[in-house]
Design a protein around this ligand. Sequence first.
Ligand code: UDP
Ligand code: MG
Length: 304
Amino acid sequence: MISLIIPLYNEEKLVDELMDRCLGVLNKIGEDFEIIFINDGSTDHTLEKLLYHKEAEKRISIISLSRNFGHQAALTAGLDFASGDFIAMMDGDLQDPPELIEEMYLLLKSETWDIVNGKRRSRKEGFLKRVVISVFHKIFKNVSGLNEIENTGNFSMFNKSVLHAFRSLKEKIRYLPGLRAFVGFRQGFIEYDREVRTDTKSKMHLRDLFKLGLDAIFSFSKTPLRICIVLGIIGVVVFLFAGIYVLIAKIFGFALLGWTSTMLSIYFLGSIQLIFLGVLGEYVFRIYKETQDRPVYFVKEIYK
Ligand code: UDP
Ligand code: MG
């Protein structure tokens, strides 16, 4: 059986087309399937529309969360409920073409791969968003030590062993593309062009992307801490020499009033310390979040 997981947040305009295309490809494949929609606290008519389609197609399940928990949490809910042998996850905004699931399925079925990732050959989002995303991918690839992650998002399909691996990852701050690279297995790719969102606006603002990017980097990398240490060491060396110079100046009596240098070093050291505290804070905050051990999402209702 195939499980298709799709998170939705205020996507009422897209539900009909999404449903058509997903059912189209799944019926074409011809295996048994379930589509699990996660209604991530939508405030429009997304849920009503889904329920309407569920009347006609019993293989649709809907998990309605108690409020908006965010994209990654919604996908996690889907992973927890999926019962298929092959599991696909996909955004519900049709930027990822559902038709690719057939190709992904065939690759999994022929046991070429355990995971097939959709790799974006091109994107058609706005310039700023594209730049931010590509800078993030470059940085993340370098600092995380995870290969082959560049230009992959949530769109992917994998088998049951991978699903079990996913479910065993209990961390609360979740960046699924990173976790998917982390679990290993035989990972393959198919390339596609990422569409523009047809008629609605992205639900992820730049602010959300930025937060997701920070979560990704801080949960997969200690590079920010390394940078602090290296800069700290450089600072120590520089100020060691500066200190020696100051002492020599004092001894030989050419020490000036020294207001400028004092002020500069206070500013410099003060601001570097603030940045370092911020970096530490990011990790401490995440440790705090993890130890709170709160569930990633709450389910309000399940329509099976
Ligand atoms: N989404 C969600 N919860 C949110 C934000 C988004 O479930 O808080 C869903 C959204 O409905 C869509 C998918 O996640 O199906 C991807 O969102 P979006 O297209 O806004 O993100 P982007 O493609 O801009 O990264
Ligand atoms: Mg999108």
